[in-house]
Design a protein around this ligand. Sequence first.
Ligand SMILES: NC(=O)c1ccc[n+]([C@@H]2O[C@H](COP(=O)([O-])OP(=O)(O)OC[C@H]3O[C@@H](n4cnc5c(N)ncnc54)[C@H](O)[C@@H]3O)[C@@H](O)[C@H]2O)c1
Length: 364
Amino acid sequence: VKTIFGDIYRNRRVLITGHTGFKGSWLVSWLSQLGAEIYGYSDGVPTIPSLFEAAGLAKHVRSIVGDIRDSEHLSRIVNEFRPHFVFHLAAQAIVGTSYAEPHRTFGVNVMGTVNVLDALRQLQDECAAVIVTSDKAYNNVEWCWGYRETDALGGKDIYSGSKGAAEFAFYSFFHSFFQKKGCPVHLATARAGNVIGGGDWARDRIVADCMRAWRAGNPVYIRSPRATRPWQHVLEPLSGYLALGAALAKEGTVNFGPKPEQTATVAELISRLTAVWGYEQPSEAYKIVNEVPFHEATLLKLNIDKAMLLLQWQPTLSATECIAFTGKWYKDVIKDGAGADRITKDQINEYMSLAKERQQGWVT
Ligand SMILES: NC(=O)c1ccc[n+]([C@@H]2O[C@H](COP(=O)([O-])OP(=O)(O)OC[C@H]3O[C@@H](n4cnc5c(N)ncnc54)[C@H](O)[C@@H]3O)[C@@H](O)[C@H]2O)c1
């Protein structure tokens, strides 16, 4: 498979903030296959191990080490690179850390986003920017319906609040500067659900916690087995971000989530993952703990009608495939010693083949 985005990204200058993180690394790998000229802006590599280093992704990208809160530095980089596309992913993205470091979390997630928007407003040339926030930006009232782009924003925990606040910053910048006729910069926010996939080593993420424990032959301790999340494989929101960037949607905001039947509880996700990993008895693989260290939403669903209508985007993988992709990545890399670079690229190609085969509307 060559590409499912035609030549839209070929030889185009693409700036990814947070390019060394979990999603950023997959995006670097994918965009390098699409022929883009990639610039990355991050404050370093966030985890050991990391997909960025394991897959040797540094060779595909000109990495700038900087703090997204440093507006002058960021602005200089944006003006020097003059990107055709921007994917803003840099964030303090861990809920647990947000309780320990609320000030830094708001600084990175809100002022970091403000700095990106402020730098973009000075660009003279055409540019499409996708500002990544989260499904957690919604005021979660634990109802049974999926959140729509027009639902109220909020967030009881610090991480969610900071993502909601980043949306407010976006809203006012959009209406103050970017909506003007003839403005060369087109942007949108993208709210995705809980992402799983190979190469995530961040702390307090359920799949990464499983892999750390199982690699050492230990059971994993689960704090909220009945919490429901719109799980999706990392290539799903990334395909949405790429489709959104390509469409240069001036349309404000788009949710990217799985189909409703893919929403599952933490316990369901893990028991299916244990099978892919090779446990015969799931009870060996995890234990449920009762104390919940911080507030966590129980029910979270995301409505994706707008992405389907506007971008003809819909998820490609079934729930089973999503878990199989994820489990296989870790199993091949950790247990069988496969190269992270190879398996990441193979999964991107397999995803692109499936998207083509299933005639996704965003495939060009
Ligand atoms: N992983 C998920 O389940 C999920 C779900 C919804 C939304 N998101 C959002 O997607 C984006 C990417 O998430 P991820 O899972 O790849 O996160 P991650 O923690 O793996 O990566 C974060 C990236 O941001 C960079 N970064 C952090 N602080 C920085 C700073 N002060 N200056 C410059 N760079 C900084 C890190 O170096 C890293 O490259 C984030 O905005 C996150 O909030 C993630």
